[in-house]
Design a protein around this ligand. Structure first.
Ligand SMILES: Cc1ncc(COP(=O)(O)O)c(C=O)c1O
Length: 404
């Protein structure tokens, strides 16, 4: 099935300005229909959840719609979908809840491929509980996770493995299912950060072996919030801190205070936008999986064009994204030019390519790179060939121009 990028782009008001957005891994642009869903819900009759009044039913519908959409996006169950302010906030909340069951002698495992949001909460919870932290290492040469010591790092003492489904810096997609298999062999839980992955395809909670999975709708055309998906049966066993009169049901038990109903409606609209990219028969989950394949083909074709263009610029830059399985996100360093200057040069041409560390703190350390030494080119479904041409021309001109 072919992908009509022009038709897709037409749905995004911010793209009409002519700005080329290669900053999607930081947050994608938002389609009009998502903004409309948020405005419609917020300005319609709305109060608190309930069934007696229309204003209550609208709130109830927004919650039900959100849970069903997020469950479809990741292959989970609506009853296992928890809303949070962000993936970071959800990971902190769950790290505190899970750590209540840890004791000295236990171990948790984090990885050098992860955003700090899936590293620091676990390290800090482990420190409080007197639990040892083990590390899955990154091989800088291949940009892959080094799993040669997996059976030793994940062992009988392991209580939890926290691993990304895709690196937001390098794009690397590690073999989560392999790691999860080992974790489950020793009775450990697997907490998957699918924030970057979900922007480039419908994650499969079950196939990955994720016990708990987080993602952030603002990375896939939705509003700014986070969602956690887990088996409702697992959530039943967890006891978060909560108010006495608030619901003890799952998943409400994990959601503190009033939910942002308009934001939830926006998430549902964003998932529907993705599903609409593959108008195939079947369930919304089927359409989301089909859409992921269509979008991946588009993004990877653009990625190859960018890679070829960067290769033509010779040894003035190094592309660090080189794993066999990866998203369309490229991280590169420049030989003797500042990435911050490069980003500013491109921005002056309305080409947005951010410089920074992108909170991939451990990954930077593992790569041996100084802070803020690189540029991240993120290709999203709405990017097109003309934008890639502008990006490559801009980079070539920057490298040809004398340093300021
Ligand atoms: C891979 C990854 N994990 C986690 C996060 C944190 O997400 P949030 O902003 O929802 O806390 C990000 C944000 O950039 C990310 O890219």
């Amino acid at each position: 099935m072919s992908f009509d990028v022009a038709a897709f782009r037409a749905g995004f008001p911010s793209l009409a300005s002519g700005i080329a957005h290669f900053d999607g891994p930081g947050g994608t642009q938002t389609p009009q229909v998502v903004g409309d869903a948020i405005a419609r819900t917020l300005t319609g009759p709305l109060s608190q959840r309930g069934s007696a009044l229309v204003s209550q039913r609208n709130a109830e519908d927004a919650v039900a719609g959100f849970r069903s959409a997020m469950a479809d996006l990741v292959g989970g169950k609506p009853g296992g979908v928890v809303h949070g302010r962000s993936a970071t906030a959800l990971t902190y909340d769950f790290s505190r809840t899970l750590a209540k069951e840890w004791s000295a002698g236990d171990e948790v495992v984090v990885s050098e491929l992860d955003h700090d949001a899936n590293v620091r909460p676990w390290i800090q919870a482990a420190q409080r509980a007197g639990v040892t932290v083990r590390l899955l290492r990154l091989d800088p040469a291949s940009a892959e996770l080094d799993l040669s010591d997996l059976d030793e790092v994940v062992n009988e003492r392991t209580r939890l493995v926290a691993l990304t489904a895709a690196s937001n810096l390098l794009g690397t997609r590690p073999p989560v299912a392999t790691v999860a298999r080992r974790a489950h062999e020793v009775g450990a839980l697997v907490f998957v950060d699918a924030v970057h992955h979900a922007a480039h395809g419908a994650p499969d909670l079950v196939a990955m072996g994720a016990d708990l999975l987080v993602c952030s709708p603002y990375k896939f055309f939705g509003p700014h919030c986070g969602a956690l998906v887990a088996d409702p049966g697992l959530l039943e066993t967890l006891r978060p801190d909560k108010l006495v009169p608030s619901s003890d049901a799952v998943p409400e038990r994990f959601e503190l205070g009033t939910l942002p109903y308009e934001v939830l409606a926006g998430v549902t609209a964003a998932v529907d936008v993705i599903a609409s990219l593959a108008p195939a028969p079947g369930s919304r989950r089927d359409r989301l999986v089909a859409a992921a394949a269509v979008v991946a083909e588009h993004e990877h074709r653009l990625r190859r064009r960018v890679e070829d263009g960067l290769a033509a610029l010779g040894d003035r830059l190094t592309v660090h994204s080189r794993a066999a399985e990866r998203t369309s996100t490229l991280f590169l360093t420049l030989r003797d030019r500042s990435p911050v200057d490069a980003s500013a040069f491109l921005a002056a041409r309305d080409v947005l390519v951010p410089a920074g560390t992108f909170y991939a703190h451990e990954t930077f350390r593992a790569l041996g790179l100084p802070v803020d030494s690189g540029l991240r080119i993120g290709l999203a479904a709405y990017n097109d060939d003309a934008e890639v041409d502008r990006l490559l021309e801009g980079l070539a001109d920057f490298l040809a121009a004398p340093a300021a």
